[in-house]
Design a protein around this ligand. Structure first.
Ligand code: PLP
Length: 397
């Protein structure tokens, strides 16, 4: 018997964070593990952003901030949404939280009643299903695969959406697949949702700046659906600021008010210093972003090329983010010594033990035929990791 609540017992540990921890433990034992499991840029936060953080400390930005964020930060986000996405949001429609993850948590706490349904296209970012469950909602999954570019179609959506559907998750560009919805695809999805005025589209656009092919489009651009959209974005990926914990939502004012109310009772808002640093990021030069993106693209091309040489790995070149999401189900049923690889989790553990490379099982993303590898690491590490994987796979019978 445990004192812990049913709610917390039903919650899964974050598998990406779990794998990172496991590889750190092995590293601590002196085993040389290459970690391709992490979901963050390996770059340092750009200098001008760090300087703004230091300045904020020196200028005594050390008091509670407004719950939704400093007005200047909300203005900088409003300008960014106009500049990059041609979206009009005023500062009353924006709330800053402790990372996009926290923005998502807040949104679902504010809109979900027990047993409301939330449509989640698979593969999905690991926390979506848990954030929905924590709010008392029921995740409704829609399968997609490599064959359809990992994107849902309007007819798939029509099959699942109903009067109990409270929200649809969209994540373009996607973690883990790197797929991107085109403007036309988004418009078609928006048309389906428009027939259900109580259904929100939660559009997680955190990988916006890490796009190599095509352009990032926001579903909020269509006036006929904008009132049903909440855009979520943040500083973590595009600005290499994962540890600063700044994310935000922009959406209808009633939702921003509700999220603020919730936040006022929970966190009182976000770290003052990180807010001031974020303003420098949003309004400053985009040179570091461009440099980072170019580097990621180079690594992507290298990683895809090397992975294509590994038997049993099927891969399409991802268009965005910094992950490879190969299909590996051809390797299921193979054995090593007396152990059989039955699924993606077994395979991921096999790679950890025998290739000394940490990856994440596709099961964590609702995609059991795949694994995820992050290429947010140096070319040398990518080369060494894929060499090790190739050698380990050759041991399978
Ligand atoms: N959304 C997606 C798709 C992500 O991959 C991540 C981080 O891995 C987040 C949201 C959360 O980002 P943060 O809370 O650091 O802003």
């Amino acid at each position: 018997k445990t004192i812990l609540s049913d709610k917390i017992n039903a919650l899964e540990n974050s598998p990406t964070i779990g794998m990172a921890q496991k590889s750190r433990e092995l590293q601590a034992q002196g085993i040389d593990i290459i970690s391709l499991s992490v979901g963050e840029p390996d770059f340092d936060t750009p200098e001008h952003i760090k300087e703004a953080g230091i300045k904020a400390i020196k200028e005594n930005y050390s008091h509670y901030t407004p719950v939704a964020g400093y007005k200047v930060l909300l203005e900088a986000i409003s300008l960014k949404l106009k500049r990059d996405n041609d979206l009009d949001y005023n500062t009353n429609q924006i709330v800053v939280s402790c990372g996009a993850k926290h923005s998502l948590y807040n949104i679902f706490q504010c809109i979900i009643n027990p047993n409301d349904e939330v449509i989640i296209p698979c593969p999905y970012w690991v926390s979506y299903s848990e954030i929905v469950k924590l709010a008392g909602g029921v995740p409704v999954f829609v399968e997609t695969g490599m064959e359809d570019g990992f994107k849902i179609t309007p007819s798939q959506l029509k099959e699942k959406i109903n009067d109990k559907t409270k929200a649809l998750f969209l994540n373009s560009p996607s973690n883990p697949t790197g797929s991107i919805y085109s403007k036309q695809e988004l418009e078609e999805i928006a048309k389906v949702v428009a027939d259900y005025p109580n259904c929100m589209i939660v559009s997680d656009e955190i990988y916006e700046y890490i796009t190599y092919e095509g352009t990032h489009e926001s579903i909020a651009q269509f006036d006929f659906i904008k009132d049903q959209v909440v855009v979520v974005n943040g500083m973590s990926k595009g600005y290499a600021m994962t540890g600063w914990r700044i994310g935000y939502m922009a959406g209808p004012e009633w939702l921003a008010k509700a999220v603020s109310k919730l936040q006022s009772q929970l966190t009182s808002g976000v770290t003052s210093i990180a807010q001031m640093a974020s303003i420098a990021g949003l309004t400053g030069t985009d040179e570091p972003i461009v440099k980072m993106r170019n580097k990621f693209k180079e690594r992507r091309d290298l990683a895809v090329k090397l992975m294509k040489e590994i038997p049993g790995f099927e891969i399409e070149t991802p268009k965005a983010a910094f992950y490879l999401f190969p299909k590996v189900n051809q390797l299921f049923g193979k054995t090593y010594e007396d152990k059989t690889i039955n699924n993606a989790t077994d395979f991921s553990l096999f790679l950890l033990e025998h290739a000394r490379v940490a990856t994440v099982t596709g099961e964590a993303f609702g995609a059991p035929d795949y694994i995820r590898l992050s290429y947010a690491t140096s070319n040398e590490m990518i080369e060494e990791a894929l060499k090790r994987i190739k050698e380990a796979v050759a041991l399978l019978k």
